[in-house]
Design a binder for this molecule. Sequence first.
Ligand code: MN
Ligand code: MN
Length: 329
Amino acid sequence: MPSEADQERIARYRPLSGMETPRFSGLASFMRLPVMEPREAPGRIDIGLVGIPFDGATTNRPGARLGPRGVREASTGTRARNAATGIAPYDLAACADLGDVPVNPVDVAATARAIEAFHRPLAEAGIVPLSVGGDHFVTYPVLRAIGCTRPLGLIHIDAHSDTDDGQYDGTRLTHGTPFRRAIEDGVLDPRRMVQIGLRGSTDSADELDWALGQGVRVVPMEAVIDRGLPSVLAEARTVVGDGPAYLSFDVDALDPAYAPGTGTPEMGGFTAREALQIVRALRGLDLVGADVVEVAPPLDPSGVTALVGATLAFEILCLLAEAVAARRD
Ligand code: MN
Ligand code: MN
């Protein structure tokens, strides 16, 4: 149980209930949480939800710059308690919407600096980020900000490895390269890293060979089908171990039937139910940050992909809140 002082602090940052004002009304912050300036956050909150509206490192179809806006809107339907696990995240941790990183939509390097600069003071204040992209490139500067004091473990759910060296004449900063860059920078520990759900066609075997050569545990979708998710997820927990870890969830891990609004869709993906099963199986890990990326609302007029993104963000928020409570209490 949190101390009395913590309980009092946590109670100040509850999301607006649908019983107070209808869920379709008001400003659409993440989960209807209070909106806070990042500089006000230290000492007040435990978890900061951050939008990263950038898709300038996308190599195929853009649209993820509108991910944070779409997920905020869809997230107004999420309530305070996880009915499946019983976790009530807002009883465990003080959470707020910290707004969006001030990205430069036409400059990848400048945006990388802005993302890192936004997340670094949060990390220094012990605030856990739950970031919503944006294309998958945005994960790299987040990892640089929160992994700079010790390399992190990583659970990476994706159709793609994102460990390419470079694309288009050696451009090194794209949404196909974030984990290669993070490993090179020493902010990720490849031996405590697992990738789940990889599939589809690739340009060559180089990307995967490099990851395997670094000691990354790679579980392609064929292996998930052969072994079943429970076995794969148990192994993932073992690979990551007890140390600090990050969870990065690319929505294209899901089948396009469930998440069509994404830049690089691949057939044969996870169902929405399996996506929830994956997140719930990660309870108890020492998570110090997480993200949901590649939601591209313009590519999905139905809005289901944003709903998937918002639902996953809530499920992940439950894990982060438990991790915060475990470190504190
Ligand atoms: Mn990805
Ligand atoms: Mn992907």
